[in-house]
Design a protein around this ligand. Sequence first.
Ligand code: HEM
Length: 219
Amino acid sequence: MVQEVERYPKATRVLHWVHTGAFVALFVTGLILFVPPLGALAADSWSRIIHRVAAVLFIVAPLIYFPLNWKASVGGIKDAFTWGKDDIGWLKAAPRYYFLSDEAAMPPQDHMNTGQKMWWFMVLVFGVVFAISGLIMWFAKTTAPPELLQWMVLLHDVAFITTGCMLFVHIYLSVAHPMMRPLRTGAWNSMYRGKVSVDYARSHHGKWYEKIARGAEKS
Ligand code: HEM
């Protein structure tokens, strides 16, 4: 039997999928509002209603998760903002890894690799940008100065285009890239069942695996 280690607890996986669902609904309904030829689809306003319902889910889900999982959340944020020489090494080795499937120069990674740190950073920054600009457009449409509203639409659009591109990269790397293919590595299991094989942990997150192996020895 394949030996496995726990990577994400249930609460983290639930947040990931709820947030992903809300984001995809926001992305699709946002696209309908953003692209003029799709305007007819927004005519009876169902897309605006779905956009607002999904926005509530998008904002409330992390607000419930964070206080209930304080230690993991603070740890995750700290990891995302802590960079060292292995992150620089990762950035240097990334083009050969992603384009030539050559992992020889990849330095060992912690629980979060450098690419995941960048993704987390984007999610945190743009999550706040979406929420603030969206809430102002929603609740202050008739009271805020027009210049402020214009800035909010612009910020919302920049966040939409940037995170939309990042989402496709994230999905491609998670499910289709030859080095990451879930059937090859079992990486899919980490967000599905919360576990990955020891082989995967050792090869993709060597530093993290060392820590759990040491912890297991002590206990
Ligand atoms: C986080 C909470 C969010 C809130 C509160 C929010 C709220 C809003 C509101 C009130 C509007 C104006 C809709 C209208 O014209 O009736 C809007 C537009 C839009 N939203 Fe969001 N939104 C959020 C997140 C997102 C996300 C995550 C995306 C995409 C990934 C997105 C993409 C868009 C786009 C593209 C538009 C059209 C902007 C334009 O007219 O140029 N929104 N949003």
